[in-house]
Design a protein around this ligand. Sequence first.
Ligand code: C2E
Ligand code: MG
Ligand code: MG
Ligand code: MG
Length: 292
Amino acid sequence: QAKAAGRRTFMRYDDNMDLAVRQRATVSGALRKVLDRGELRLVFQPRMSLSPARITGVEALLRWSSPEHGDIAPSDFIPIAEESGLILEIGEWVLREACLVLQRWRQHGLDEMTVSVNVSVLQLLRGDFTGVVARVLEDIGIPPHLLELELTESVLMANAEQTAARLQAFRALGVSLAIDDFGTGYSSLAYLKRLPITTIKIDKAFVDGLPHDAEDAAITPTIVAMGHSLGLRVVAEGVETEAQMRFLADRGCDEIQGFWISPPLDALQCLAFIRNWRPDAPHGTRLERLAT
Ligand code: C2E
Ligand code: MG
Ligand code: MG
Ligand code: MG
């Protein structure tokens, strides 16, 4: 019996190992060609301010449809792109593409719409990222205050000294800076106070249990109050229900993002969503079937 169990265990282990190793190698190989082949695209998720209710901007989110591997989630391929350094090239493409889409929308009259772009630590710490951002904004003609860069808490804390200086350079340029997935890392308040950020995004993990879960109902207003006392804008991520929206609105949260308003949409769908959006019908359930 021990032999049978051992054998089963061995086989499972072997299969997983093989799959993980093989997938990692081929995915990283395939990633190398994605930019040339045009397999990457962006989707855009609207963000809504609560008072007054309006769509303030969008977050650009990366999608990869690989002919060999099918649709791969960013949480699966971004770590691989980071390991191989490809995230630098991919990240620059994301930044440029997001700004190009925003510029097109601006030509349709959406001239105060902002775009948020996720940035990984490798991009932030490379020598000339500030220069890259400045050049992209200038090439495309986007006013810097309409771009927000999202950085995760762990990234900022792991490289405290270096990142603080980098962030300062971005603020000098006029772009906004958000801490993404706030509450999942280990920010000390003292450190947070010294970072030149403009926005915190409360992680979905703390929104999920609202309004009934006692811990989430205690934590989220605390983050809102803390953010405001530091002069920051507070955004809640992953809002899926009207009850969550109401709870956050009552606690003074500035903005929300999540499926309750809209899932991420491709650029054309998102433009249509924003133009058709009305404060008395803020959520886009009709568009959910278009989710990308
Ligand atoms: P994130 O920046 O925190 O983005 C929010 C994620 O939550 C997105 O997942 C979005 O589709 C999802 N989401 C939004 N609202 C809801 C909701 O109401 N319910 C649920 N269940 N999910 C919701 P996605 O697109 O899979 O992206 C995952 C993560 O991958 C992002 O988390 C971000 O950290 C990273 N990522 C995405 N695009 C890029 C990129 O261009 N560059 C970098 N470096 N990272 C990216
Ligand atoms: Mg983000
Ligand atoms: Mg997030
Ligand atoms: Mg998250």
